[in-house]
Design a protein around this ligand. Sequence first.
Ligand code: UT7
Length: 317
Amino acid sequence: MYAKITGTGSYLPNHRMDNFELSKLVDTSDEWIQSRTGIKARHIAEHDTVVSLSVRAAKEAICDAEIDPEEIDLIIVSSVSAEQVLPCTACEVQAAIGAVNAASFDLNAACTGFITAYQVAVAQMKAGLIQTALVIGAECLSNLIDWTDRGTCILFGDGAGATVITCENSDIEVPFVLHSDGTKRHVLSCSSGFGAGKSPYGESVFMDGREIYKFAVKKVPELIYEILERHGRSADEIDLFLLHQANKRIISSIAKHLHQDLSKFPMNLQENGNISSASIPVLLDDLNKQGKLKPGMKLIVAGFGAGLTWGGMYLEW
Ligand code: UT7
């Protein structure tokens, strides 16, 4: 394979907001939220920012990879919710960790952002341009949420996950897949707030939940079959499917489509809610810390979200 994840890290803000606390803000209930989504709680930033969350997750991943920050050639941060436009979060991380040799930039592909950033980093490795990359997914979605809209505020949370990826020479082709459909751009949207009159979208997250649900349960199984076919593998050969943590019902439906046991689809959305581009790297870190990722394990990692965007890849641990 061309690349291996050699370190993981994550950070969630201290404030754990459970469904009962949320039901004091909007007309909802723990029973409704859990039965429709599987979510029990989410972490909400009080003092943290996308930069501070990213730096904490990055430091943990670097420590886990046992590398010197000077060895990092590239830092990519995926986020839709950074508090600042300039400089990019990746440059802030670079300065904070002393990755003096790294190129740094941010990327926005919504909940498919970590997958996209990972694929960009590995493509640079395949091109012979870099050896070591730090790829981060970080979100303060609480910045973008309308806290009076019960249709959206129950879903999202804040947090960051980071991975160190190292190039390993081999001839094995690793299948990556990315897709988008901009004709469905309106179903999950949010303006930056700058020049708001020029944007067709509102200043907090708008979501057509049913459309996103239908899109995810149709396109993600198709995507996984596409990855499997390109790699000449069957779903039965995969040890774990690590999916964007949006909704337990979406993940259960995908497992059913693939004729796979739900136990092969680890979840942390119960405690974290949907943290967009941070959800997959946080899940990777949780599993890594719990010792559930064994060398040689075959993984499918897949994300989907606003844009619409969706993408995934096959990984060996
Ligand atoms: O990263 C991708 C991000 N987005 C997603 O993953 C979203 C995917 N979609 C979903 O997860 C689901 O569509 C939701 C969980 C958002 C909504 O579940 P649903 O089963 O599609 O509910 P619905 O929107 O069709 O609403 C059903 C009812 C409505 O009431 P009426 O019209 O039937 O009387 C809503 O007003 O539930 C009501 N409702 C709520 N009730 C209590 C909507 N939100 C809430 C709420 N608490 N928080």
